[in-house]
Design a protein around this ligand. Structure first.
Ligand code: GLN
Length: 278
């Protein structure tokens, strides 16, 4: 096979996958920026580059998420390494980070806990924006923690502590000023689990029991024991779970309970402040 040009391999790819995905894959393989592909369309690829690209195109055509194929995803203001051991960070989760940053003063050392950290996107983003604070990031999956560890080092964050554990299991008597979490919350029977990227993401990070509320329920019930007096809990949840979360928070002695919409206008994060009964 004679050497193919950028334009030729892209034309082949378009027959199988979206244009935008083809460009992302080729940019990644050639380690070039988006305009390079347009300005160098007649440049030839090595056989190794062509084979690698066409292999990725084939994988993408079977539905494997683009983030897993290129091994990374942008979130907030950084790029995070991802693998199929972690949920791919979502734009709607940036709301959780914004709300957390609003609650954490920049001039004081706060203690923050991120439950189910996955790639570490939430914990690391908060830590980078609140350098005086200490962030503890927990995940049950050792593979997820090793991805989060890689991200911590790559993004040069020194105020994140990574812990392998089952929610609060390794935290004994620790207390935090803020607990944030994007737990699994999709109902087991939700057809979305059989669609798009979700088919390839870890079930451990996505689904939680019949109604999807198992983990949220557990976290809201257990959180008060790990919160400072007047500490806050913020949870991401499913499109139809805001009211259930607010009821659970009310039962758990939280006040200032509120839900917040994501960019699509869907109530996506709920939270409250713990008011310890004296
Ligand atoms: N927001 C994700 C989705 O429905 C689910 C993430 C989660 O379960 N934490 O695609």
């Amino acid at each position: 096979m004679s050497a193919l040009t950028i334009e030729q391999v892209l034309l082949q790819a378009y027959q199988h996958i979206d244009k935008i995905d083809a460009h992302l894959l080729l940019q990644h393989i050639l380690a070039v920026n988006p305009t390079f592909l347009l300005t160098h369309s007649d440049q030839t690829l090595t056989t190794a580059q062509t084979n690698r690209f066409l292999h990725c195109v084939l994988q993408r055509s079977t539905g494997i998420p683009i983030a897993y194929l290129i091994g990374q995803r942008e979130f907030y203001d950084n790029v995070f390494k991802v693998s199929d051991a972690v949920l791919i960070p979502r734009p709607e989760t940036e709301l959780l980070v914004d709300l957390a940053l609003n609650l954490i003063p920049a001039d004081r050392a706060c203690r923050i806990l991120d439950l189910g950290t996955g790639s570490g996107a939430i914990a690391i983003t908060i830590a980078k924006h609140r350098t005086l604070s200490q962030v503890t990031a927990v995940d049950l999956s050792a593979d997820a923690i090793s991805i989060a560890d890689w991200n911590t080092k790559n993004l040069q964050v020194s105020n994140v502590r990574l812990v392998i554990g089952n929610w609060f299991s390794e935290l004994s008597n620790e207390k935090f000023d803020l607990i944030v979490t994007n737990p699994p919350y999709v109902a087991e029977s939700d057809p979305h689990l059989q669609q798009g990227d979700l088919r390839f993401e870890p079930k451990l990070a996505l689904s939680a029991g019949h109604s999807g509320m198992n983990c949220i329920n557990h976290i809201i019930q257990a959180a008060p024991q790990y919160l400072e007096k007047s500490g806050w809990l913020l949870l991401e949840h499913g499109y139809d779970q805001a009211n259930k979360c607010k009821q659970l928070l009310k039962r758990g002695n939280f006040t200032k309970i509120c839900s917040y919409p994501d960019l699509a206008g869907i109530m996506r994060v709920s939270g409250g402040q713990f008011s310890a009964s004296s």
